[in-house]
Design a binder for this molecule. Structure first.
Ligand code: PBG
Length: 324
């Protein structure tokens, strides 16, 4: 009897309220982490040309904007900084007066509850734009680890609730965990960009964060988009090193990976719906080729359906409005 005409799939699709009753995946504001960019100066709010609707704020305006973001229903943000000065070793990334440290302290003055996540990488802070310390034009993995620990400690001291290492250095989670614990921050979670691909979808972000590599590319440390078994190993290593949340990035072209990581590991999974994914949807909807609201909600639902517990997305503010 398990076939037509006894089975009719359309029975449960006939009315909206019926469909609502049997829906498997439901978006809520708790799912989202909203990325924000901070730049030097005062009174500055600049739209990012390749990411319409997204802005870079100076610290004073960022602190105000965070209040608005919270009122709209967002519960967590991730911060990226563009420093005043870059140098070979990315000094501004861990300096007490670095742009992110100052931004965190300023936001914390007004905002005690919101979850503040600090992206933990060197590429925005180094003059060469690579995610670590260079040796003979290559990123020196082990020399970089010590700096990552320093950056983490400085970010937490400034008010970060979670640190999110995104540089794809081997051993980065362990190095950061060790540094944090030593400073008495054993309770601060690490959201690791565990499975990060060398993706062309990061283009608009690199304009926003002024973090494009000045020579070469990131293929020497980020993953080859063709590989999935390697993703499991990457996640496993970070899991063993103590990552509290495992991230897959980008999201849409890697939903198979999100699903695999979700099935294999008993840790929350985050997926980063990256800048290029945002810009494509935005551009097509500005041209009137797609319906922005419907497409965004479909995209975010599919990321959650694949297994993401958390979604980092530039659509977050629109999404919370639309799912109300
Ligand atoms: C820094 C970092 C990048 C992104 C997040 N953190 C860029 C990169 O690896 O080149 C990309 C985010 C996005 O595209 O939205 N390492």
């Amino acid at each position: 009897m398990s076939e037509f005409p006894f089975i009719r799939m359309r029975r449960l699709r006939r009315k909206k309220l019926l469909r609502d009753l049997v829906r498997e995946t439901i978006l809520t504001p708790d799912d989202f982490i909203y990325p924000m960019f901070v730049i030097p100066g005062k009174g500055k709010k600049e739209e990012i040309p390749s990411m319409p609707g997204q802005f870079r704020y100076s610290i004073d305006l960022l602190a105000e904007e965070v209040q608005k973001v919270k009122e709209e229903g967002i519960k967590a943000i991730i911060l990226f900084g563009v420093p005043e000065k870059k140098d070979e070793i990315g000094t501004d990334a861990w300096h007490e007066e670095g742009i992110i440290q100052r931004a965190l302290r300023e936001i914390r003055k007004y905002e005690k509850e919101m979850i503040l996540i600090a992206d933990l990488c060197m590429c925005e802070y180094t003059s060469h734009g690579h995610c670590g310390i260079l040796k003979d034009k290559e990123v020196d993995n082990d020399a970089t680890l010590e700096y990552l620990g320093k950056i983490a400690v400085s970010q937490v001291k400034a008010g970060a609730d979670i640190v999110a290492p995104s540089g794809m250095m081997d051993g980065m989670v362990k190095a950061i965990r060790t540094a944090l614990d030593k400073e008495g921050f054993a309770d601060v979670p690490i959201l690791s960009y565990a499975v990060k691909y060398a993706s062309s979808f990061y283009g608009p972000f690199r304009d926003a964060a002024e973090s494009a590599p000045q020579f070469g590319d990131r293929k020497g440390y980020q993953m080859d988009p063709a590989n999935s078994r390697e993703a499991v190993l990457e996640a496993e290593l970070d899991f063993e090193e103590g990552a509290d949340i495992l991230m897959v990035k980008p999201a849409l072209p890697y939903l198979d990976i999100v699903k695999t990581i979700r099935e294999r590991f008993s840790r929350p999974v985050a997926a980063y719906n990256v800048s290029g994914e945002y810009s494509m949807v935005k551009a097509a909807s500005m041209k009137g080729w797609i319906n922005e609201r419907d497409v965004v909600l479909e995209v975010l639902t599919s990321i959650k359906r694949a297994g993401a517990d958390l979604i980092l997305t530039y659509h977050a503010r629109d999404a919370v409005k639309w799912i109300k």
